[in-house]
Design a protein around this ligand. Sequence first.
Ligand code: BV8
Ligand code: ZN
Length: 247
Amino acid sequence: MIPAALITALRGARHVQVFTGAGVSAESGIATFRDTPSGLWERYDPATLATAHAFRQDPALVWGWYEWRRMQVLLARPNPAHLAIAALAQRVPKLTLVTQNVDDLHERAGSTEVIHLHGSLHQPRCFACARSPSQPLGLPDEPEGGRHLEPPRCEHCGGRLRPGVVWFGESLPEAALTAAFAAADSCDVLISVGTSGVVHPAAQIPERAWRAGAVLAHVNPQPLGSHAEREFLLRGTAAQLMPQLLQ
Ligand code: BV8
Ligand code: ZN
């Protein structure tokens, strides 16, 4: 059930920011970072695989993990939460969508100008010269069993391609973070959907919006901490609750 005060705040909002994490794609079948996926990957902690160090140590293991994840995304479809966020953008004067996710499910649901703080699975680049391949990657080589896959080579310098994501210990794209913070400073309502709020600096965004006077809402089946005022905890899943915000 969505509190009436939140519906009223949404109806009167000039600028709404939606901030999503892995939980918004969970009901599309994409494993979140907290739930341990099946198979080989149960033995690996994403935080250790999602690093440049891991890629240097074992490029085939890391590339295979990302190709398995890319396969999951290619087979997945946007869920009602992605669709509701795209529809919300037609209902409010201005909507800024910021995601920590590296999938393209927001775009495939019809959202435009999606701010990707942590990059994308669909934009590999060379680990050595940082240039992108002229051709998009084909279908992953079915690594759902978690096979090691040798990364393709760069057509410019022969170096190994790496996933176009921001690894732990790497800086976020400056323009994306600046835009996300600027939206947090000026939005009237911020809706955070499916994020555990542990990954920095992205995790600062909701707090920053609250300090700037925004009304906050968190969509998550798990309990989260909250301020005494101007903050709503909507306990439930993204696909269940996000369509209700459109009422
Ligand atoms: C940097 C791309 C420094 C890769 C990712 C300050 C304090 C503490 C630590 C740090 C700090 N500053 C920096 C750090 C270190 C580190 C960090 O934050 N570590 C944490 C883990 C302690 N940060 C970094 O390294 C960042 N870089 O700061 O650089 C620097 C400075 C100068 C010069 C050089 C460097 C880079 C962070 C980016 C890492 N890359 N992704 C990839 O995807 O493989 S982050 C990765 O984690 C994903 O993006 C993912 O989104 C994110 C996990 O967060 P969530 O999205 O919240 O997902 P999670 O699984 O955790 O939670 C899911 C939630 O959904 C849960 O709450 C669950 O209850 C809920 N849920 C489940 N089902 C549903 C649902 N909700 C709704 N509906 C459902 N159905
Ligand atoms: Zn190269």
